[in-house]
Unconditional design. Structure first.
Length: 744
């Protein structure tokens, strides 16, 4: 029997009767029903969370924040209901409690009465953490409780972001106010530094003054020490002043007699000054037009000089011609004279007249030459003289304003002289009267000098007290000087400190960043939610169903093979006995379930891709891996049946259960206990799940090839074991081989 004939005979046996065909079709559909139904049920459960019933109880009483009423509880409830993540029902606490017990609600979110007050306390001196109460019951669904925890975390994050944004906004506004206040403080510190500088300068001036006061007081004390002796000398001087005052009185009397005629003399002087003033005024009036006339004279002289120069230039050729004519005339006369004398045409009288005319011509030409020379010399002298006249006129025009100004000043001086002499004349009587008063005052001075002489005696008595007071003043001035220096030192320290204060305040102000309303809003948003998780999945599953598909496809392939071997014979006993070619028998026994597995896997792929609309990046690669996995599982289950019979069939079920928990299809394999984690790398379903993930999600094709290599090793290894067992059976037969099997 050939391998195709073995396959055909096995398929004919499976479809020999209607009941056999029905069983065959039912077992072929087992992996399709398992994989398709499970993936259909779990295709995208998260998309239908809005159908999960949940209750929200708002007991928040509100609070007052910055003078305004806030109701964070109502905002949270509204945001949750508007979000539509779950089938929210806003209800009372009693209804929610009974609803979660009887399954009306999967979970309940309760907002306590102090929720807003606790959130508002974040900006007070006694902050309190706000609380959301989550009520669940695992009797409804354990996963519903897990989802409720995620919902609570989402609500907490939203509330924290909002409150954090408001708190950050308040903080940033406060920082902006602090920055503005620091600006005012910097200005104030600058003014303080300026005032301290002024005060320090004043203190330095005060210290200088107190130093001078101390020095002067010391000098005063030193000077007053000799005051008693000096007052005696002052007394003697006062006596001399009295004697001198008497002599002054006598001299003033004599002067009074000599100045009796002074008023008459000053009157005559005033009359002469008045006449001088009148004459100078007349002279000033007559010379008023002198600058303008001298300018006109200068202009006329300049024009005359220019005309003479032009005349000399135009006459020069004429004079030259006349001189040339005078020079040529003697020769002409000499040449004509023989001609006239020898002429036969002329009469003697005519000859006499012509000769006389030639003599006259000769004499006239001589005179004409001399006259031309005189004219030329005269024109030169005229030109030179006119130039000198023009220069003199210009100089006169230049000096005329000065002359006028001098006359004006002399006139003004005469006015002053006249006024002074008038005043002198008017003051002469007063001078005479003053001399009389001086004489009378001298008498009084003499009397006062006598009184001064008496007062100096009292001054001599008070001089010791003045000397003592001056010493005390010197001591006090020294103390004031020390205090002024200390004040100046302190004010300099104040100046330095206030300048440093202004600099530090300005530095602190610049370290606080300037902000606007829009920038503060953006900063508050970032502070309240500083981290954003970006999604960069290099090989993404479409949804929850797509995430479970590789695992359930592999599990369906194993279940499909396991179900087929319930009706398939691993190897044909008749073929072993008749053909006695173990390789052909093993190939025929394995090829039948492998071909049926291809049909199952292609049908399952069509359900996953088109009926469930799950995305597949590499369709060909995915189908190839599914077929390879099905063929590998067929070889493994066949080997167990060939090696152990019905016990091997049972071990195929046990091996499926072990791979169910070790393949890492639902949770990461790293979460498995140690022994199961070791089995993860040993069993074939691990590699079929991983290879389908790589081809279905668009992952690493190299990894998929590596997984396919491991599956191929399992396939060849299982077929090799089947071949060895079959070879042994072809050589020897036992009663056990003839005993009918419990399966098949």
């Amino acid at each position: 029997m050939t391998i195709p004939s073995l396959v055909r005979s096995e398929l004919a046996r499976l479809t020999a009767t209607p009941l056999a065909r029905l069983a065959f079709i039912a077992l072929m559909c087992v992996p399709l029903l398992y994989g398709g139904a499970y993936l259909w049920a779990n295709r995208d459960p998260y998309a239908k969370l809005d159908q999960v019933p949940a209750a929200i109880v708002d007991q928040d009483a509100g609070a007052t924040l910055d003078g305004e009423r806030v109701h964070y509880g109502a905002d949270v409830a509204k945001q949750a209901i508007d979000g539509g993540d779950f089938a929210w029902h806003e209800t009372t606490a009693a209804d929610a409690r009974s609803g979660v017990r009887n399954g009306t609600y999967d979970f309940v979110v309760t907002i306590p009465h102090d929720f807003s007050a606790s959130l508002a306390s974040a900006q007070s001196d006694d902050p309190k953490r706000a609380e959301l109460v989550m009520t669940t019951a695992d009797t409804n669904s354990y996963l519903a409780s897990t989802i409720a925890e995620q919902a609570g975390k989402t609500m907490r994050t939203a509330v924290a972001e909002r409150v954090g944004k408001q708190a950050a906004t308040t903080l940033l506004v406060g920082l902006a106010d602090v920055r503005d206040s620091l600006g005012d403080a910097v200005d104030g510190a600058g003014k303080l530094a300026s005032g301290a500088t002024t005060a320090a300068d004043g203190a330095d001036t005060l210290a200088d003054g107190t130093g001078e006061l101390s020095s002067g007081a010391a000098t005063l004390a030193s000077g007053t020490a000799a005051l008693p002796g000096q007052t005696a000398a002052l007394d003697r001087g006062a006596q001399q002043v009295a004697s001198g005052a008497a002599s002054l009185s006598s001299g003033l009397s004599t002067l009074q007699q000599k100045t009796a005629s002074l008023p008459d003399q000053t009157a005559q002087l005033a009359a002469g000054a008045t006449r001088l003033q009148s004459g100078l005024h007349d002279l000033r009036d007559q010379t008023t037009q002198l600058p303008a006339q001298s300018q006109q004279l200068a202009a006329g002289a300049a024009r005359v000089a220019a005309g003479n120069a032009d005349l000399a230039g135009e006459a020069k050729p004429f004079i030259a011609g006349v001189q040339q004519l005078a020079a040529d005339s003697p020769q002409l006369v000499t040449d004509l004279r023989p001609v006239v004398q020898t002429s036969t045409v002329l009469t003697p009288e005519q000859k006499t007249q012509l000769l006389a005319a030639l003599d006259t011509l000769q004499t006239s030409s001589t005179r004409l030459g001399a006259g031309a020379t005189s004219v030329s010399d005269g024109l030169g002298a005229l030109r030179t003289g006119s130039a000198q006249v023009s220069a003199g006129a210009s100089q006169l025009a230049t000096q005329a304003p000065k002359l006028t100004t001098g006359i004006q000043q002399l006139s003004d001086g005469s006015d002053t002289l006249a006024a002074g002499t008038g005043q002198l004349a008017a003051a002469a009587p007063q001078l005479s009267s003053g001399i009389d008063s001086a004489a009378s005052g001298a008498s009084k001075v003499a009397a006062g000098a006598a009184q001064v002489a008496g007062g100096t005696d009292k001054l001599a008595a008070a001089a010791p007290q003045l000397s003592s007071g001056a010493s005390q003043l010197a001591t006090g001035a020294a103390s004031a000087d020390d205090g002024a220096k200390s004040l100046a030192t302190g004010l300099h320290s104040l100046e330095s400190g206030s300048s440093e204060l202004a600099a530090k305040l300005d530095q602190g102000r610049t370290e606080i960043p300037a902000s606007t309303s829009s920038s503060r809003k953006a900063q508050a948003s970032v502070i309240s939610d500083p981290v954003k998780v970006g999604d960069q999945n290099i090989a993404a599953a479409q949804n929850y169903g797509a995430g479970l598909a590789p695992f359930f496809i592999s599990l369906a392939a194993w279940i499909g093979m396991y179900a087929l071997f319930l009706i398939l014979k691993p190897i044909s006993k008749r073929a072993i006995t008749a053909v006695r070619k173990p390789l052909r028998v093993v190939a025929g026994g394995w090829l039948t379930p492998a071909l049926l597995g291809v049909v199952q896997m292609v049908a399952l792929f069509l359900i996953v891709r088109f009926a469930l609309s799950l995305d597949v990046v590499h369709a060909g690669g995915t189908i190839a891996v599914m077929v390879l996995a099905s063929a590998t599982f067929a070889a493994i289950i066949m080997t167990l049946n060939v090696l152990l019979g019905s016990v091997g069939q049972f071990l195929g079920l046990v091996l499926m259960l072990v791979q169910l928990v070790t393949a890492g299809g639902t949770f990461p394999w790293q979460t498995l206990p140690g022994p199961l984690a070791a089995l993860h790398f040993a069993l074939p379903m691990t590699y079929s799940v991983d290879a389908i993930r790589q081809t279905m999600y668009g992952g690493s094709l190299g990894t998929a090839w590596s997984d396919a290599g491991v599956l191929l090793c399992w396939l060849l290894g299982a077929l090799l074991v089947s071949y060895v067992v079959t070879s042994r059976q072809t050589r020897t037969r036992t009663l056990r081989d003839l005993r009918p099997s419990l399966i098949g």
